[in-house]
Design a protein around this ligand. Structure first.
Ligand code: SAH
Length: 280
């Protein structure tokens, strides 16, 4: 985080706050950057990036997108690492508010879609309460991106009539998964942030009655040139990953749709180098 930006914010927040609200002349756009491949961004998002006075971006937003900013655009990294927030959420909200209070048009660029496990709801709420004008530009969420890149359809007339997105990460050390939701029949289940809890997630699902041959896929760095895919069943996927550890970000996908075609199997059998060839 750039110290100059912080002092800029301090000076402006102290002068522009009026009755607890920042006098907003700038505008904040919550923009979804898509899942990794820089081309998977909307035309609208691209235009806003080109026009922005400041881009406040996360770890999962493809950094190549920053090159579309104007020459003097402020580029501010506020990315979080697992269990380690480089900037607390309240500070990110303050930063956005202060930049808008300085009259800047701000793009808050997040991986995937801001409203899917992206804390976009918190930011928009905070900014609106401060009287700051905001707009939201949707992005392609990791589930859609990974589904497309592996050709695993999220829904399918023969295999899945519903799809659920669940967070697989722990909150205060506890799993918060709604297991009944994850065990629904004819459903594709996608776990975000579940890689480090894969063993426990799969064990608990089996203990709660999930068929032991339920197809399971893990997609790492989906849609990027580094994408890797491991396929298996709920019973053996954790072990498969022990033999072939994958990097984050990674998405866990569970459901019969994984067998809907053979493409994902082909990817899983390829090395990353071969996959790059396919992706070009
Ligand atoms: N707002 C984002 C999700 C943020 S939560 C979105 O809509 O996609 C972060 C989690 O998203 C990661 O832990 C991982 O589970 C998933 N994720 C994000 N990008 C991914 C990618 N390129 N490949 C696989 N999983 C990804």
């Amino acid at each position: 985080m750039n110290d100059n930006v912080f002092s800029l914010i301090k000076s402006h927040t102290s002068t522009d706050i009026n009755n607890g609200k920042i006098k907003s002349v700038g505008h904040v756009y919550l923009v979804g950057a898509g899942p990794g491949d820089e081309e998977l961004i909307t035309v609208k998002a691209m235009r806003l990036l080109q026009e922005a006075d400041a881009i406040v971006y996360d770890r999962l937003a493809n950094p190549a997108l920053l090159s579309y900013g104007k020459p003097h655009c402020d580029l501010i990294y506020v990315g979080k690492k697992k269990d380690q927030h480089s900037l607390p959420q309240e500070k990110i909200c303050d930063l956005l508010a202060a930049l808008a209070g300085c009259g800047k048009n701000v793009v808050r660029l997040k991986g995937g879609d801001s409203f899917i496990f992206g804390r976009g709801g918190e930011e928009i709420d905070y900014l609106s309460r401060q009287g700051i004008q905001c707009s939201v530009v949707p992005g392609i969420t990791a589930a859609s991106g990974c589904a497309a890149a592996t050709q695993i359809p999220l829904t399918h007339r023969d295999y899945a009539h519903a799809v659920v997105f669940i967070t697989g990460h722990r909150q205060n050390g506890k799993m918060t998964i709604n297991w009944d939701l994850a065990l629904q029949k004819d459903c594709t289940v996608v776990f975000y942030m579940g890689l480090s809890n894969l063993e426990e997630i799969t064990r608990q699902l089996i203990e709660r009655g999930c068929p032991t041959d339920k197809p399971f896929a893990v997609v790492s760095q989906g849609t990027s040139s580094e994408q890797q895919v491991v396929l298996g069943t709920i019973s053996d996927i954790a072990q498969r990953l022990m033999h072939r550890p994958l990097l984050s970000p990674a998405l866990l996908m569970m459901g019969d749709v994984i067998h809907a075609n053979g493409y994902a199997l082909g990817l899983a059998n390829q090395t990353a180098a071969e996959y790059r060839g396919v992706n070009q």
